[in-house]
Ligand binder design. Sequence first.
Ligand code: HPA
Length: 273
Amino acid sequence: MSLFDKIQHTAQHIRHKIEHQPSVGIILGSGLNGLLDIVQKEVEIDYHEIPNFPVSTVQGHAGKLVFGKLGGKNVVLMAGRFHYYEGYDMETVTFPVRVMKALGVETLIVSNAAGAMNTSYQVGDLVIIKDHINLFPEHPLRGRNDERLGVRFQDMSEPYNRLLIETAQKIAKEKGLKIHTGVYVGLQGPTFETHAEYRWLQVIGGDVVGMSTVPEVIVARHSGLNVFAASVVTDIGIREDLNTISHEEVLEAANAAAPKLAGLVAELIHQMP
Ligand code: HPA
């Protein structure tokens, strides 16, 4: 079956189960399930019930699509995303984004936990992603291009929608939320970076680093979706003291900041045209 047919098949299966077509898709990062508490849930579908969906393997990732209302809009949330380091190929990692597009989603919101190279950032801070550097070893658009899904040579001059960035900055200011706007570097993991690597990522222009988001954003742009993305700083990679980082520490910091991010995203959706 072609990728196009797989997407149609999966979307058709989901369409039979939902009441409203979602216009906003949301991918929740590790430990960032805060939005699940405030969305008015209508339908939940476990990944293992969805044809062509793999099942997430990381702790802290629930593994379901949640359909409901948020900020007055119909949304679909991905609770649990697929990471490249889990062993999935890029087509699988980004497949849910293609399905969201097929379901009628126009805007994709992506969150993640990230390490900071920018020394003015602190653990728990929110970072609006304004641009990214793709250091994944495999590109999600590599291979024969299906014009029904997008163009061969995708423009990436505005991966993150400027209007959404400005709106989020304004909301953060009004809410008195400390917020940064920075560049996300995406790489495969699953190791956290060495000192030398964090320094290198800083030199090439990165503010934060993580193991997700970039593949999904590339495919979202290829699909014609507008994108907003934000990181929660869960560790300061660049610090010079004995710098050990654990998944538990990342989850803990993400959980603590999740309500802040959820409030921002809910208001952003509310203010979307
Ligand atoms: N590096 C890579 N990925 C991450 C980090 C980090 O420091 N923190 C959370 N995800």
